[in-house]
Design a protein around this ligand. Structure first.
Ligand code: PA5
Length: 446
């Protein structure tokens, strides 16, 4: 399984005693989660999700995915935030880095929309789709989010004009609430195939529901292995596992001990570009869960070694308010060795015959030593390889640790009241019906 090593986070700002001092509070947080007695306890559906997903549910998702895979060369997944990042993270991690150029064999190309309001992005997407046989997965728990709603309106129109309304219905799947929201209403009226996002699973905890599983299955990846990996971590991070053996408990305690010691920023580091979007998913999970009541670690991320040539300076020498959590992938899928060159003009012959990954691993180790020497505590999460199973493990591990960590911080980790502020202003500025007073008020401030 994945393993957490906090050894290099200790000895500076915090020591082992500081981490173990959290053991009791972690236990209490665990009880709150498992007994449903903490803040936000109506959003705990993710806690036992891996072990409760049924064979029938997985088959239904695979069947719907096959229907899209059989009909479409491109599937556009529409969603934002928790209705986007999990699928994007897993698909990016498992895909060939050049899938967009090489094509994906028998798998449809999976593209995303509704995760921004970029006019050029949407124009260029519509332009691309003009010559493609495509389908849509429209994901929105509330069913009313503006960004995906705009994208869906545009893409639905394009699809219907290409293939007609009847065929379009067969190529559109909606993932939304069981009964509420505009997307539920529209889907029922149009007769789309739908999947339900359970009421008790919040957006950023929903990757193991059809929100993540359907797009991942469409992209050709094994959702059973992903769920099986998550189930392993559900057991490994369970309430019955002692503090020091429980990876989620140790991670949650260590990051809180560091935060209390003034380390206010956590940088999720990868040395594998395939994990870029995994870090985006993680940032949402922790940022939206913990950034409340004027508290919370600021989660950010870097891709190394790329960002060692930009952010590396700040991390090594800037303000000492940071710590790093490194996602360390042990085994690569492929083997590339550095060739020998007779002339050796670039002076690289000392590396001839050695694998590129050996260089990367030494960069990782060298960076860890340098950053620890520079006063940056370093946690390491070892991942045997990038696969569905280990991604499933990582997902559940981070979710469980996030729930514990939020309770340690004494916030409600499962709500997100702060994200409404921009929406209210945007609707007022756009003169949305019902916002007349807010429109007047905001315009007076301009
Ligand atoms: O985690 C969350 O709840 C949010 O990020 C939502 O997922 C995001 O705002 C999208 O919401 P919806 O699925 O309702 O369109």
């Amino acid at each position: 399984t994945i393993r957490v090593n906090i050894g290099k986070a200790l000895g500076g700002a915090v020591n082992e005693k500081d981490v173990f001092a959290y053991a009791k509070a972690v236990e209490e947080s665990m009880v709150k989660l498992h007994e449903g007695t903490g803040k936000g306890n109506d959003f705990l559906g993710w806690l036992h999700l891996p072990s409760s997903i049924t064979e029938g549910h997985l088959s239904e998702i695979e069947t719907a995915a096959k229907q899209l895979r059989d009909r479409c060369d491109v599937v556009v997944v529409i969603g934002i935030g928790g209705s986007y990042l999990g699928a994007k993270a897993v698909i990016e991690a498992l895909s060939d880095s050049f899938v967009q150029l090489k094509g994906s064999g028998s798998n449809p190309m999976v593209l995303f929309a509704g995760q921004n309001i970029g006019e050029d992005y949407l124009y260029e997407l519509l332009d691309l789709l003009k010559n493609k046989s495509f389908g849509l997965i429209n994901i929105s728990k509330s069913g009313t989010t503006t960004e995906p709603a705009i994208a869906f309106r545009l893409l639905k129109k394009e699809l219907e004009s290409q293939v007609g309304e009847g065929e379009a219905k067969k190529r559109i799947i909606a993932v939304t609430d069981a009964s509420r929201g505009a997307l539920r209403k529209l889907s029922d009226i149009e007769g789309y195939k739908t999947f339900i996002i359970p009421d008790n699973v919040g957006g950023r905890f929903s990757v193991l529901t059809p929100v993540g599983l359907l797009p991942i299955a469409v992209a050709g990846f094994d959702i059973r292995k992903l769920v099986a990996g998550a189930e392993i971590m559900e057991a490994e991070c369970g309430i019955d596992i002692p503090f020091d053996k429980n990876p989620a408990a140790v991670y949650a305690a260590t990051r809180n001990a560091l935060y209390r010691a003034g380390k206010k920023i956590e940088i999720l580091v990868n040395f594998n570009p395939k994990l870029h979007y995994f870090a985006e998913w993680w940032k949402q999970l922790y940022g939206e869960s913990e950034g409340k009541d004027h508290k919370g670690i600021f989660p950010t991320s870097v891709d190394f070694t790329t960002d060692l040539h930009s952010m590396g300076q700040w991390i090594q020498d800037g303000e000492r308010t940071i710590f790093e959590t490194v996602l360390s992938v042990e085994k690569m899928k492929h083997n590339v060795s550095i060739p020998k060159d007779e002339e050796d003009l670039d002076g690289l012959n000392y590396l001839a015959g050695r694998r590129v990954d050996e260089v990367n691993k030494m960069a990782e180790l060298g960076t860890q030593i340098a950053h620890v020497d520079g006063g940056v505590p370093n946690l390491k999460i070892s991942i045997p390889e990038i696969s569905e199973k280990y991604l499933g493990e990582l997902i559940y591990f981070f979710e469980k640790a996030c729930g514990i960590s939020g309770y340690l911080l004494e916030v409600n980790p499962f709500d997100q009241p702060g994200v409404e502020a921009y929406k209210k202003n945007m609707f007022a500025l756009l003169e949305k019906p019902g916002y007349e007073d807010a429109t007047k008020a905001i315009k007076a401030r301009l």
